[in-house]
Design a protein around this ligand. Structure first.
Ligand SMILES: Cc1cc2nc3c(=O)[nH]c(=O)nc-3n(C[C@H](O)[C@H](O)[C@H](O)COP(=O)(O)O)c2cc1C
Length: 222
C-alpha cells in the first residue's frame, strides 16, 4: 500500500529490530531498484554503485563489516529482508566513464534536437564541475559521496512509501565492505548500508515518537 510523501516521512523511522521471517515482495524490490537508478546527481554523474544482499549468505557477507566494530548493527543486517550497500566512485575524471555517460544520454534521446551541439555542451558542463572539484576545491570524492547520500535519502523515503521499514547505517566498516565485494577494484568505495524489511515486536523504536527541531530553529523565509 502506498501513502502520501508527508505520511511516509512521518511514518519512516530507523528500525532497530527486524522480523527475520518476512521478506519484501519481488515487485517492491524491482520498484526500489528503479528508484536507485532514477535519483538525481550533479551534472548527472551518477557516481554510485549498489550491492544488494538478497540471500542469507549475502547478508552475512555485509554483516562482516559490523561484527567487530559495530556488533549492535549486525542483527539489523542479518534479520532484515534485504540490505543495500551504497558505494561511491573513486575517480570523477575518468575518460571512459564520461564517454559512457554521454553515450547513454545520447541513446536516451537527450541530444536529439541538435546532437553535436547538445552533446558538446553537456560534456563541457560536466567537465567544468568535475574540474572545480578535482582542482580548486580538491573534494571530488566528497562531492560524489554527497550524491550517493542524496540517493540514499530518496531511497529511504521511497521505501517508507511502499510500507517497507529501513535502517540507514554508517556504523559499518567500509574498508571491510570494499574488500568483501571487491569495490576498490571496481572503482568504488563503500559509503553506508541500508537494511530493508519489516520491524519485529522487539523493535523499541517503532513506538517512540519522532523528535525533530522546530521549523523556527532550522529555517527562515526571506
Ligand atoms: C547517514 C545515517 C547513518 C546512520 N547510522 C546508523 C547506524 O549505524 N545504526 C543505527 O541504528 N542507526 C543509524 N542511523 C539512524 C539515525 O540515528 C536516525 O535516522 C535518527 O536518529 C533519526 O531518527 P529516525 O530515522 O528514526 O527518524 C543513521 C542515520 C543516518 C541518516
Amino acid at each position: 500500500m502506498t501513502v502520501s510523501l508527508t505520511a511516509a516521512a512521518k511514518k519512516r523511522y530507523s528500525t532497530k529490530a527486524y522480523d527475520p521471517d518476512r521478506k519484501i515482495p519481488e515487485a517492491d524490490i524491482a520498484r526500489l531498484k528503479e528508484l536507485l537508478r532514477l535519483a538525481p546527481s550533479s551534472v548527472n554523474l551518477q557516481p554510485w554503485y549498489f550491492v544488494i544482499a538478497a540471500s542469507e549468505e549475502g547478508k552475512a557477507r555485509v554483516a562482516r563489516a559490523t561484527d567487530e566494530a559495530y556488533p549492535f548493527n549486525s542483527p539489523k543486517i542479518t534479520d532484515a529482508s534485504h540490505v543495500v550497500v551504497f558505494a561511491t566512485r573513486l575517480k570523477a575524471d575518468d575518460e571512459g566513464f564520461l564517454n559512457t555517460l554521454l553515450e547513454k544520454e545520447a541513446a536516451d534521446g537527450r541530444f536529439d534536437a541538435d546532437p553535436e551541439q547538445f552533446r558538446a555542451d553537456m560534456d563541457r558542463g560536466r567537465r567544468m564541475f568535475i574540474s572545480i572539484h578535482t582542482g580548486q576545491r580538491k573534494d571530488a570524492f566528497d562531492w560524489m559521496d554527497k550524491q550517493t547520500y542524496l540517493n540514499m535519502g530518496q531511497f529511504l523515503l521511497a521505501a517508507a512509501q511502499l510500507g517497507i521499514d529501513t535502517t540507514p547505517m554508517e556504523g559499518v566498516d567500509t574498508d571491510v565492505l570494499d574488500r568483501e565485494f571487491g569495490l576498490t577494484e571496481k572503482g568504488y568505495k563503500a559509503a553506508a548500508v541500508v537494511s530493508l524489511g519489516y520491524h519485529s515486536q522487539k523493535d523499541f523504536n517503532a513506538a517512540l515518537p519522532k523528535s525533530r527541531l522546530s521549523e523556527d530553529a532550522i529555517m527562515e523565509t526571506v
